[in-house]
Design a protein around this ligand. Structure first.
Ligand code: SF4
Length: 246
């Protein structure tokens, strides 16, 4: 997988403009502290660029002092061939545990799929110290701080995209991306200097990006989507099947 070109299956949509492009990286924090692994992009753990989200975290810190209550970094190896781009930390999920999709309903379904497709090792137990390791994928959120009602504003999504750009740019062996939900899909495209009109969102819609990376869009695995039947387990499984197909 890593380092080997993968031909796009016939079901993948191409625009006919596929060519090599460079993922740009915004110079947010060019200085990498010595205690940070060189292959992991440096991100400011105390970032307060979004005043509303920073104040929301201040409040959460006062109410739940034992929780993470800070920006949540990506999880998984940066040299992985697959990235999952989600929306934002959930209050009682990633914001509590500090690990993306860990501790809430969305994580139960996501980690079940990762286990099923051999993308994780260990037994997921809804806590960051459950020993689960990701193999072959990295999970990234479009917005690193928990937003009220799980709804970041457009300005917050745009502000935090600089970190998504860094994360994607660091994944130099990337072959495929799964975007969860339309907001994550659009933010991921923008991070790659692409437009939704060329790569429209739709459940299990597959696209080939100009850099050859395949992208599969999916409805978000939120409790609301699964409980209303908008996303079934089989529908989610189809997305992973398509994204991991060589
Ligand atoms: S959402 Fe992103 S840009 Fe906004 S304060 Fe959090 S880490 Fe900073």
């Amino acid at each position: 997988m890593p380092g080997q070109p993968m031909a796009a299956p016939k079901c993948w949509k191409t625009t006919g403009r596929e060519q090599t492009v460079t993922m740009t990286s915004a110079p947010v924090k060019p200085d990498v502290p010595p205690d940070v692994q060189p292959h992991v992009p440096y991100r400011d753990a105390s970032c307060r660029l979004c005043p509303r989200l920073a104040a929301f975290l201040d409040d959460a810190r006062a109410r739940h002092p034992g929780w993470h209550n800070a920006p949540v970094n990506g999880f998984g190896p940066v040299d992985a061939p697959l990235a999952i781009v989600g929306l934002a930390p959930g209050m009682r999920g990633a914001n509590r545990t500090g690990r993306p999709f860990t501790g809430d309903f969305a994580g139960d379904l996501l980690f079940k799929m990762l286990d099923e497709f051999g993308l994780s090792r260990g037994t997921y137990q809804s806590e960051a110290d459950d020993g689960v390791e990701l193999t072959g994928l990295r999970i990234i959120n479009s917005v690193r701080c928990v937003p009220p009602q799980n709804k970041p504003t457009g300005a917050e999504i745009n502000t935090c995209r600089q970190f998504l750009v860094q994360d994607l740019a660091a994944m130099t062996r990337l072959k495929a991306i799964i975007t969860l939900g339309r907001i994550g899909h659009v933010s991921c495209l923008k991070a790659l200097n692409l437009r939704e009109k060329d790569y429209p969102f739709g459940h299990n819609a597959g696209h080939v990006l100009p850099n050859g990376v395949r992208l599969v869009a999916s409805y978000h695995c939120s409790r609301y989507n699964t409980q209303t039947g908008r996303l079934t387990e089989d529908m989610f499984r189809d997305v992973f099947r398509k994204a991991t197909a060589v």
